[in-house]
Design a protein around this ligand. Structure first.
Ligand SMILES: *[C@@H]1O[C@H](CO)[C@@H](O)[C@H](O)[C@H]1NC(C)=O
Length: 100
């Protein structure tokens, strides 16, 4: 039988994995490739126009979720400028959700 301590360790490891997953691999259904493709477009001081790869990633992204990060520490901690990130869908001819 598993002890309570073992269960606790498993829970902590799973939670840590979720946090790392958010930061390292996927953000709002944008996978790591998409984040890498978009990064030059959402970082100061010389943002470039989004590439096709970036826009393709955004097409399948959860933009509602992205808006939720607008005022969080999350985007800056990834080196992403929130204002540039919010302007990105329009640059890809995508409609951002209302109230964004
Ligand atoms: C998008 O993200 C929002 C906020 O996190 C969530 O409520 C919603 O269910 C997500 N939509 C999809 C299609 O995953």
């Amino acid at each position: 039988m598993l002890g309570k301590r073992v269960v606790l360790v498993v829970v902590v490891v799973v939670l840590l994995g979720m946090v790392v997953g958010l930061e390292g691999l996927e953000l709002c259904d944008i996978n790591e490739d998409g984040l890498v493709a978009c990064k030059p477009s959402v970082t100061q001081p010389d943002p470039v126009d989004p590439t096709q790869g970036c826009c393709d990633a955004l097409k399948v992204a959860n933009l509602t979720c992205l808006c939720g990060y607008r005022n969080s520490f999350m985007l800056p901690s990834l080196g992403i400028d929130p204002d540039l990130a919010m302007a990105l869908p329009a640059k890809c001819n995508l409609s951002p959700p209302p109230n964004c």
